[in-house]
Design a protein around this ligand. Structure first.
Ligand code: 13P
Length: 242
């Protein structure tokens, strides 16, 4: 098994100071375990920075506006990201779709723009509970709609399947459900596909072992450094075991 991609989405957690401590601790832990791969972290916008690390810790923005600069109150653009060498962005997260009301058309525009800038894009899709309950075909249709206008062949795309009902709820999708949904999504793209939704040290081994799961996008369980380090260790052991 090749090394999986692990990414930490801080959402609205951590400060500039605590992010700095977190990155230093993560770097030290990666050094200690001889972790040879890359890890991504998405801190809040106020904590974006250039971090000097020995290991490959890539910092991404949780959100940005498709502009270099301009009059978009409350948003940040390429100029602000460029100051810290940020070249990774998360697009289409369910919290931005459902809480902030981002439409598929706007998300697709954002995606196309950051693709044009050569960014690594973590693109998230996932269905709400009522769609899951309506059955596989409803899920397929819903997810296909979330891929509308998205270049799924983009070489710097990393996809994340995050069922809305599993995000921050402690309810994780079963390995079978992840496997079948990933197989369906993989018909549309051969890019890496992560799973996200209540991933934690207790279930990450099972999740990363699912056929067609290329890594995990982790919210809650990534905010504590010790928990994130445990998950990296588990992932590293899995890689050498297989
Ligand atoms: P939780 O791990 O808290 O369920 O969040 C998942 C997520 O939304 C990552 O982007």
């Amino acid at each position: 098994m090749s090394r999986k991609i692990l990414a930490a989405n801080f959402k609205t957690n951590h400060t500039r100071a605590s992010t700095r401590e977190y990155v230093a601790a993560l770097d030290a832990a990666m050094e200690k375990m001889g972790y040879g791969g890359e890890t991504y972290i998405f801190p809040p916008a106020t904590a974006l920075d250039r971090f000097e690390t020995k290991n490959d810790i890539r910092v991404g923005a949780q959100n940005a506006y498709p502009t270099v600069k301009g009059s978009f109150t409350g948003e940040i653009g390429l100029e602000q990201l460029g100051e810290f060498g940020i070249e990774t962005v998360l697009v289409g997260h369910s919290e931005r779709r459902h809480i902030l009301g981002e439409s598929q058309a706007f998300i697709a525009q954002k995606y196309a723009w950051f693709k044009e800038q050569g960014f690594t894009i973590f693109y998230c899709i996932g269905e709400p509970l009522e769609v899951r309950e309506a059955g596989d075909e409803a899920v397929r249709r819903y997810l296909v709609e979330q891929l509308e206008g998205i270049d799924t062949a983009y070489s710097k795309l990393i996809l994340a399947y995050e069922p809305v009902w599993a995000i921050g709820t402690g309810k994780t999708a079963t390995p079978d459900l992840i496997e079948t949904t990933h197989a369906m999504i993989k018909r549309f793209s051969d890019r890496p596909l992560l799973y996200g939704g209540s991933v934690k040290p207790a279930n990450i081994e099972e999740i990363l072992s699912v056929e067609g799961c290329d890594g995990a996008l982790i919210g809650t369980a990534s905010w504590e450094i010790s928990s994130m380090v445990s998950m990296l260790e588990i992932s590293e052991k899995l890689k050498t075991k297989n």
